[in-house]
Ligand binder design. Structure first.
Ligand code: NAD
Length: 520
């Protein structure tokens, strides 16, 4: 049983008259426990074949100019928007999130299609390089960017469209073919995107999906030219180690323990609304979720009173269309135990639960929005990624203490500051050891495709978005042309001592004594 978007590999296997190998992977609906589809658990051999097909398809794709590729993107964008309900329903079904959270993913991909189609041309343009060296007189130099070849995108389950297909878009815009390995927990949306490419008449095999668990992901790392990995820090290390053995580059977008700091001059209404959105959107299952809050003492009591009141108004449960609930289900079964452990450990060490605190009985997997106070850095909930709708809040004496605690983490993905004095907030932001900071906002930077997004410390290597994120999908080539070649240059073999004495005098004049023989 395949669901909605069927797998190309499955089709190929059927066409070849042989069944896919290995027992299939069942996909469940986290909000009901019902099995909603199943996909092949592809062995390495099938991944290798997909990469070989991608390699053949990539040649023609790279030869198209950016305008021609952007025509395919335009069709893809229209398809996304005309099929938005079908896509949203599928994301909700396999991930358990709310329809509103699914819409964010669709909007992201539609805007990514438009943005990268528009920017690819200038980002791939050649760059003329000037040299001040007299030894390079007459040389014309430039750099160009070539695609890497076949990019393997490996994605997590929390955003089945955005963190999987979303990263394929700039890779394709740069002229690569993409083999996407979505999470085994939520593979159906990726397969729907494969269907999109067929229905939009994209060149065959330029975008393919391979389904399976960790071993399939590992086979992707073993055969592609570049890996764009989004997932846990634990798996990221394995991917980096294997990529290192193969000497292929990789970009790693990993876990986080993102902090939000409320300064004493903050608008408390804004602070509370941003906190709730940052902590609870997508059920708190975002690498960029607000997972810990530090509040300056003078406003702590007022902030907690308002946050407590609003937390109680947040609804959670089985999503059933727009406006049904604010927080959906827990996608990945083991996460329920992680959330429960973090709460239990905090309470054992003296924390107080103001709202929520215990998993809700099934069917489906639910953990309610949970607010914790009296917390400190001796507790797991302040140090390890929870990835759920739980929020510990800590009182701090001042911004300096908040700064110390924000940086007291092995992670360094994102942080947020809420405060009226923007200059002061920026000065504080620049001392945070994280890759991205939002002031008076949380998570909004992820929608800013021109802005690089990447983690410091154990939150990752490299960035997505921005020129730097786009260029990660390219290889740089430097081309030097001697436009006025003479029969022989003075430095060439056979060596001539007077030529080298002249060169040394020239170097002295340029870098040491100056043209008139004086020290510079
Ligand atoms: P995960 O690391 O368990 O799995 C991610 C992907 O890697 C899956 O597709 C999985 O099948 C695959 N995989 C597993 N073992 C592999 C191996 N040895 N080689 C290659 N691939 C392998 O992560 P997850 O539980 O799916 O996702 C949640 C994590 O993702 C959280 O830590 C979250 O913070 C992180 N995340 C980060 C970002 C970001 O942009 N920084 C965005 C979303 C999620």
């Amino acid at each position: 049983m395949l669901h909605r978007g069927d797998s190309v590999a499955q089709n190929r296997a059927h066409r070849a008259g042989r069944p896919p190998t290995g027992p299939p992977i069942a996909v469940d609906n986290p909000a009901s426990d019902a099995v909603v589809g199943e996909v092949p658990d592809m062995p390495a051999e099938e991944v290798v074949q997909a990469v070989q097909r991608a390699r053949r398809a990539q040649k023609g794709w790279a030869e198209l100019d950016t305008r021609a590729r952007s025509e395919f993107f335009k069709r893809g964008r229209r398809w996304l928007l005309t099929h938005r309900q079908e896509i949203a329903d599928l994301i909700v079904e396999e991930n358990g999130k709310t329809e509103e959270d699914a819409i964010v993913e669709i909007v992201y991909c539609a805007s990514a299609f438009a943005y990268w189609a528009k920017r690819a041309r200038s980002l791939l343009a050649t760059t003329r390089i000037r040299s001040l060296s007299p030894f390079l007189l007459g040389r014309d130099m430039y750099t160009r960017r070539a695609p890497r070849g076949v990019v393997g995108v490996i994605g997590p389950w929390n955003n089945p469209l955005l963190n999987s297909f979303g990263d394929a878009i700039p890779a394709l815009a740069a002229g690569n073919a993409v083999v996407l390995k979505p999470s085994e927990q939520t593979p159906l949306t990726a397969l729907l995107m494969e269907r999109m490419t067929r229905e939009c008449g994209w060149p065959e095999d330029v975008f393919q999906v391979v389904t399976g668990a960790g071993a399939t992901g590992s086979a992707v790392v073993d055969s592609v030219d570049f890996v764009m990995f989004t997932g846990s820090t634990r798996t990221g290390r394995l991917v980096a180690a294997r990529a290192g053995e193969r000497l292929i580059p990789c970009s790693l977008e990993l876990g986080g323990k993102d902090a939000l700091v409320v300064l004493a001059d903050a608008s408390l209404e804004r602070a509370v609304n941003v906190t709730i959105q940052g902590a609870l959107s997508n059920g708190g299952q975002m690498c960029t979720s607000v997972e810990r809050v530090y509040v300056e003492e003078p406003v702590y009591d007022a902030y907690i009173t308002l946050l407590h009141e609003r937390f109680q108004q947040v609804t959670s449960g089985r999503p059933a269309g727009l406006g049904s609930v604010d927080v959906g289900a827990v996608t990945f079964p083991p996460q329920l135990a992680v959330m429960a452990d973090h709460v239990r450990d905090a309470v054992h060490k003296g924390a107080r639960v103001l709202v929520g605190g215990k998993a809700v009985e099934g069917p489906g997997r639910f953990f309610p929005p949970t607010l914790l106070v009296n917390v400190d850095h001796g507790m797991t909930c302040m140090r390890e990624e929870t990835f759920g709708p739980t929020l510990p809040v800590m009182k701090v004496a001042d911004a300096e203490e908040a700064l110390r605690l924000v940086n007291d983490s092995t992670y360094g993905l994102q942080a947020s500051i809420i405060g009226s004095d923007v200059k002061r907030a920026r000065r504080l932001a620049e001392r945070f050891e994280v890759g991205c900071v939002t002031i008076n906002d949380a998570q909004t930077n992820h929608m800013a495709l021109g802005l690089p997004m990447g983690g410091w410390k154990e939150s990752g290597l490299g960035v997505r978005h921005g020129a730097e994120g786009f260029h990660t999908y390219t290889r740089l080539q430097a081309i030097t042309t001697n436009r006025f070649p003479m029969r022989r240059d003075m430095h060439m073999i056979p060596y001539n001592p007077s030529a080298y004495r002249f060169i040394l005098r020239l170097v002295d004049a340029m870098y040491c004594t100056g043209l008139r023989g004086r020290n510079r």
